[in-house]
Write a protein that binds this ligand. Structure first.
Ligand code: SF4
Length: 246
């Protein structure tokens, strides 16, 4: 059994070996689109052609850009009053894995990108430990504007903003969603159960499997829970057939 990587970082110490592993993992990430299928393969006809894939990705980008533009001007809830800018989401439009957090903090509000502060650095380490890069997954939040004093978003604020995430999910069509923390779980699964009660099994949102785990900010405060979070991540990877780096 693969144990928890120290501080969520895993590597062989051999840069060439690590690069080869990362490449193999990336091929698996893209497998859903047939990019690694050998030319002339008997099953190639059953996977989308390169141009079909390109067209699909362009469509996704267009849809996401249109939602992003709406979000940028949004004043549907009071959170618009304190924001520097909206924080829409970032990542690969063809990502198989979508991470969903609760909302931007101060660093994210300034940068316009989710998970860039200390918690974001820990999420990056988790993604690296999975053998992936941040650019290969997609990261979004339940609310797109920073709640004052980093408080949890109120129920009405989540309700106002959730349709944007709903449309993001529809455009992205990830194979699995990782809900980071109780706020994300509450909004996606319409539940008030704690992360402790929800983790350990798969749930579903819009037909997509959802794995709930602890928010990286909580893991920074409670490092003893990292082991459980890593178990959740491993289960999520296994669910879509992604192998851990050796
Ligand atoms: S949090 Fe969402 S709903 Fe509220 S103003 Fe920002 S973008 Fe609009």
């Amino acid at each position: 059994m693969v144990g928890i990587p120290e501080d969520f970082i895993e590597g062989s110490g051999n840069p060439a070996l690590d690069a080869a592993r990362l490449l193999r993992q990336r091929l698996e990430v893209n497998r859903g689109f047939g990019w690694d299928m050998p030319v002339g393969s008997a099953s190639r006809a059953s996977v989308p052609t390169q141009s079909a894939v390109s067209g699909e990705i362009e469509d996704r980008e267009a849809v996401l850009e249109s939602i992003r533009a709406e979000v940028a001007d949004c004043t549907l809830c009071g959170l618009c009053e304190g924001r520097t800018q909206t924080v829409f989401g970032v990542g690969n439009k063809s990502a198989r894995i979508l991470f969903v957090g609760e909302g931007p903090g101060r660093d994210e509000d300034l940068a316009g990108e989710p998970f860039v502060g200390r918690a974001g650095k820990l999420l990056d380490k988790i993604i690296q430990a999975m053998g992936l890069a941040r650019e290969e997954v997609y990261i979004a939040n339940i609310v797109k504007c920073r709640p004052p004093e980093n408080r949890n978003p109120a129920t009405e604020e989540m309700a106002a903003c959730f349709p944007y995430l709903e449309r993001q999910v529809k455009a992205l069509q990830p194979e699995v969603i990782c809900a980071l923390g109780g706020v994300a779980a509450k909004a996606l699964l319409s539940t008030d159960l704690s992360v402790g009660r929800l983790r350990g099994e798969f749930h579903e949102y819009a037909g997509i499997p959802v794995r709930v785990t602890y928010h990286p900010a909580y893991l920074l405060r409670s490092p003893g829970e990292k082991k459980k979070a890593w178990e959740d991540i491993k289960a999520l990877m296994a669910h879509i057939g992604l192998r851990l780096p050796a």
